[in-house]
Design a protein around this ligand. Structure first.
Ligand SMILES: Cc1ncc(COP(=O)(O)O)c(C=O)c1O
Length: 482
């Protein structure tokens, strides 16, 4: 890719920006190199030529680095990987076990595939009001209730960096003769340093997603899907599914950045992580000394549902300051231009990458000191918000039918007892509170109305103000009931 861009050929092919000449001058001024290297598929010396072409080699090297039988580069994020896995392993009418707080793209994948999710709840930490991993005994129970299940979809780590006991879950799935698919989107760096959790493939999973852009330095929207050398999964089925959900014009910059991130992780990952983790250790010790603030990360290890934690995730509990995570995140954004990944009522979550600029870690510390000081003089009466991540709603119609069938739009107040026709997530963290095919309860409507009133954003909802919602007509709901 670099050689093609640097030798500056006469480009009589797409894209129409022609490596820069055809682009808007402002774009050229700021992104001239990016335009030069933005090269499409079907190019000699890149992905055309004797096997393995450089493009093949990039995926082969990634597979080797992640210990996979096969790796696919994805240009529509881990979202695309979940869609592909659902199409490959949760085909039409197949029952699969799915962690209820999975990313929305898992059930969206089942809208595409026609698979039937049987949900297993994660363990919920009622103190911090966050959900952790699925417990092995809960997976066993899910198999007892769904002996016909053909695959298990779990997420580890969660948005908060807590990891499930993947080895135990893999053993259970394999005992039942089915693959364990781990959405490790937040853990591209796992297994690259003794102090970070092991990666899911090493722990026995059959497929693993790494959203490389999140922590490992590739461009936004780039990710990888890895399949293990396993008797429980057929890579040809996955390959077919990836092709279905892939553009015919994948962005060359994203692909190149995946190859570069793989190289950096493989060659420099351990050293970079060593420096970053040492700096984070010091930062965490200092944050713990700020009155009212406390970093939840490491101490969660060993709690129910927390087999391990990701040290790159700095989860700051704000409750003792008398301010919510939302308020604190907003304060440091406005006053210090320090931007958190996620805030909830109880915590603010900061995500470090494999290499973190020490100057910015100092800025984060200074911002937190100021925020805690400010909180001291502006204590608010605690207004506990129910920021739950999972509700036990009944899935009465398949996600595919509920999403694709003609729906009715009704005021949310009239939707109780009806079958939902859309996915509604509270963002962040983007985990669906309500899924297509679920029976709408009074509790979930109350919850979502409260969230909207408090300023939360709803993702996926057809009416962002949550005044109306799509539901299935009653006769359709009856005729498609599972
Ligand atoms: C657990 C999980 N899986 C998948 C995704 C989707 O990843 P991407 O944004 O790379 O499509 C996310 C996004 O935040 C996620 O948190």
């Amino acid at each position: 890719m670099l050689a093609y861009g640097d030798r500056d050929p006469a480009r009589f092919h797409v894209p129409g920006h022609k490596g820069g000449y055809g682009a808007d001058p402002k774009l050229r001024e700021h992104l001239s190199d990016a335009l030069k290297y933005d090269i499409p598929r079907d190019m000699h010396g890149i992905d055309v030529g004797p096997y393995p072409t450089p493009a093949d080699e990039a995926e082969l090297l990634a597979a080797e680095s992640f210990g996979a039988r096969q790796t696919w580069f994805l240009t529509n994020g881990a979202t695309q990987g979940n869609h592909a896995l659902a199409i490959a392993l949760a085909p039409l009418g197949a029952r699969v076990i799915v962690q209820r707080n999975s990313h929305g793209s898992v059930v969206d994948g089942m809208v595409l595939s026609g698979g039937l999710p049987a949900f297993v709840s994660p363990h919920v930490d009622h103190d911090l009001q966050i959900a952790h991993g699925v417990l092995p005994e809960d997976l066993e129970r899910a198999f007892a209730d769904n002996p016909e299940a053909e695959a298990v979809f779990i997420v580890s780590p969660t948005y908060y960096g807590t990891c499930a006991d993947v080895a135990a879950l893999a053993e259970i799935a394999h005992k039942h003769g089915v693959p364990l698919l781990v959405d490790q989107s937040w853990g591209s760096h796992f297994g690259r340093h003794p102090e970070v959790p092991g990666d899911a493939l090493q722990l026995g999973a059959d497929a693993m997603l790494t959203s490389i852009h999140k922590t490992a330095g590739s461009f936004t929207q780039s990710a990888m899907l890895h399949v293990a050398e396993s008797a429980f999964i057929n890579p040809d089925m996955v390959d077919r599914a990836v092709r279905l959900v892939r553009s015919t014009s994948p962005n060359g910059l994203l692909l190149t950045s995946l190859d570069a991130a793989r190289r950096n992780l493989t060659v420099n990952g351990e050293a970079l992580l060593g420096d970053t983790l040492a700096a984070i250790d010091k930062l965490v010790d200092k944050i713990d000394l700020i009155p009212g603030l406390y970093v939840a990360g490491m101490d969660l290890r060993g709690h129910t549902g927390v087999h391990d934690t990701d040290p790159l995730r700095i989860v700051v509990d704000t409750r003792d300051t008398g301010q919510s995570g939302f308020a604190l995140a907003e304060f440091i954004r406005e006053r210090h231009d320090v931007i958190a990944e996620l805030a909830t009522d109880t915590v603010v979550v900061f995500v470090a990458g494999i290499a973190e600029d020490p100057v910015n870690l100092d800025r984060l510390y200074a911002a937190l000191v100021d925020a805690a000081d400010h909180a001291e003089s502006h204590r608010e009466p605690a207004t506990p918000i129910d920021s739950r991540e999972t509700f036990n709603l009944d899935q009465v119609v398949s996600p595919r039918v509920a999403f694709l069938a003609a729906s009715e739009v009704v005021p949310v107040g009239d939707s109780i007892g009806r079958v939902c026709g859309e996915a509604v997530s509270v963002y962040p963290p983007g985990i669906p509170a309500l899924l297509p095919g679920e029976l709408i309860s009074e509790e979930i409507i109350d919850y979502l109305e409260r969230q909207v009133k408090q300023g939360a954003r709803l993702h996926g909802a057809s009416d962002k103000a949550f005044r109306t919602i799509h539901v299935l007509p009653k006769d359709l709901a009856r005729s498609h009931a599972q």
